[in-house]
Design a protein around this ligand. Structure first.
Ligand code: AMP
Length: 509
């Protein structure tokens, strides 16, 4: 299959050639003809499969055709792309600019945590594409800077993540206000109830494409697991890095608070590493990411939330310090390597605490993951020990996990970090296994409490947590403490009853 078979405009075809896109990826082959016809689409595709191009290329083509007719494309018409995080917004915005480099395409990139003036200016300039996170887009709708009546097509990119991050209401609010005759494109890495429901509630007979299930693992990625003792993980981490000598590597951890410790462990053992979790401010995250993208840093230690959707081409090794609890998350993680046809390697460290997750992942993948091994001589046995919990410096609390009273304020807060308040909870819950290092952690009496404690006010949580920590570290003055959600690895609190309740709430909402 060639791009030329889609009969795209010459300015798009020649740009694709210049970018080295020789032929369309499977998701592009599947959805481009349907989108070109103006039909609604719901596509199941992971990042790394070329899904951004899958909707940007045909939309660019449609725009070039439509703008020749002043009725079909008014001066203020535009395509609206909703994404879950500001990083992804910047990535998609860049992709539109690149793919449309030979056209006079204009974009507005809209996300929280940045000034309003520049974004308002970009919106006034009649952009062809508006790419943004739901919260800030809604803010600008409410201040009349964003005209939802002028939307020609609306795209939900990583729809499942947006739902996970608590954007459901905002997404539906926006969908209800765009014209009925718009094109609706929905892309998601997983199919959950909300995703299916939205596609069929708002899509006019959406054409469904499912690319990722059959090709769940990225083709160029060779992945394996190592069965290790729980306390052997640090030793194996060092040994894997030595053995594979990656050009760029991402080490994933399920726990925000472990990310800093793993990076520190590597550093004290002479391996330069940098940590990125949502404990960092957005500005810090940008800096870390830039250093990693430009190759200044070789090893990035990250949580799923922080590394979600990142497209970094040079990553040739992914290490799962713990296996993720959700199987799609595993595919997402190992898909950070082997990008766009390159070869990559992924190694998962599996202790007895990871075996449940391993089982689920293998059922999902419908295959057994190869087990690797290390010769005794390949193991690094002399190293400085894993830092104790006490050594970890708490960062300033990043954001409040509860909805603010004022919608406007709420969006600002939430979007400032490119994500939803609720993902704080989710990230914590995502590690169903107890933290392997929990013995070194301060004990929180709240852990024993059931779901009810989430309802406590944030300030109350903070106060209690501070008291507990002050008791724990009697002799040591403490820095400000992170939120309860960030600190408590206890996942029992939500429990089965909570999950059922959440499901029922979603079902009937
Ligand atoms: P995405 O899934 O949109 O994050 O895309 C992953 C990577 O694949 C990006 O770096 C794109 O530039 C690249 N890509 C997308 N489509 C193609 C294509 N047809 N041929 C080669 N690379 C592509």
């Amino acid at each position: 299959m060639q791009f030329s078979e889609f009969e795209l405009r010459p300015e798009i075809l020649s740009q694709l050639e210049e970018m080295g896109f020789k032929e369309p990826t499977p998701i592009q082959t599947a959805v481009i003809p349907t989108i070109l016809k103006g039909k609604d689409v719901s596509g199941l595709a992971q990042t790394g499969t070329g899904k951004t191009g899958a909707f940007v290329i045909p939309l660019l083509d449609r725009w070039l055709k439509a703008k020749e007719d002043s009725q079909a494309w008014k001066k203020n018409s535009y395509y609206l792309i909703l994404v879950p995080t500001r990083e992804l917004a910047a990535q998609v915005d860049k992709a539109v600019k690149e793919l449309g480099a030979k056209t006079d395409v204009k974009t507005a990139c809209i996300y929280g945590g940045a000034g309003y003036d520049e974004q308002k200016k970009a919106l006034k300039d009649n952009p062809t594409f508006v790419v943004g996170t739901p919260g800030r887009l809604l803010d600008l709708y409410k201040t009349h800077d964003l005209d939802l009546n002028a939307v020609k097509a609306i795209v939900f990119d990583e729809a499942d993540r947006m739902f996970d991050m608590g954007f459901k209401d905002d997404m539906k609010y926006i969908l209800r206000r765009v014209p009925r005759e718009r094109q609706f494109l929905l892309f998601s890495a997983t199919l959950n109830f909300d995703v299916i429901n939205t596609a069929y509630q708002f899509g006019a007979e959406p054409v469904e494409y499912n690319i990722s299930r059959d090709q769940a693992t990225a083709e160029g990625v060779e992945h394996e697991i190592l069965h290790v003792g729980d306390n052997e993980k640090p030793m194996y981490l060092l040994s894997i890095l030595k053995k594979h000598a990656p050009l760029q590597c991402i080490v994933f951890s399920n726990f925000k608070n472990n990310v800093g410790r793993i990076a520190k462990f590597l550093k004290i053992n002479g391996v330069e590493a940098t940590a990125m979790s949502s404990l960092l401010s957005q500005m810090q995250r940008n800096k870390v990411l830039e250093a990693f993208k430009t190759g200044k840093k070789t090893i990035l230690v990250a949580t799923d939330v922080a590394a979600r959707g990142l497209d970094i081409k040079g990553v040739d090794l992914v290490i799962n310090f713990e296996l993720p609890d959700d199987s799609e998350g595993y595919v997402h993680r190992i898909g950070r390597t082997g990008r766009a046809g390159t070869k990559g390697k992924a190694v998962g460290l599996v202790s007895d605490k990871d075996v449940d997750a391993l089982q689920r992942i293998e059922i999902y993948l419908k295959e057994k993951i190869n087990t690797g091994w290390f010769e005794d001589a390949e193991l690094i046995k002399e190293f400085k020990p894993f830092p104790a919990y006490d050594d970890f410096r708490f960062e300033k609390p990043e954001h409040k996990p509860h909805r603010q009273k004022s919608e406007h304020h709420h969006h600002q807060k939430r979007d400032a970090h490119g994500g939803g308040g609720r993902h704080q909870h989710r990230d914590r819950h995502s590690g169903r296994h107890s933290n392997p290092y929990k013995d070194q952690r301060p004990k929180h009496p709240q852990n024993a409490q059931k779901q009810g404690h989430y309802k406590q006010s944030q300030s109350h949580q903070h106060k209690q947590l501070k008291q507990n920590n002050q008791q724990h570290f009697k002799r040591r003055p403490l820095k400000p403490v992170t939120s309860l959600a960030q600190q408590t690895p206890n996942t029992q609190a939500v429990g089965i009853a909570g999950k059922i309740k959440n499901f029922l709430t979603k079902l009937f909402s």
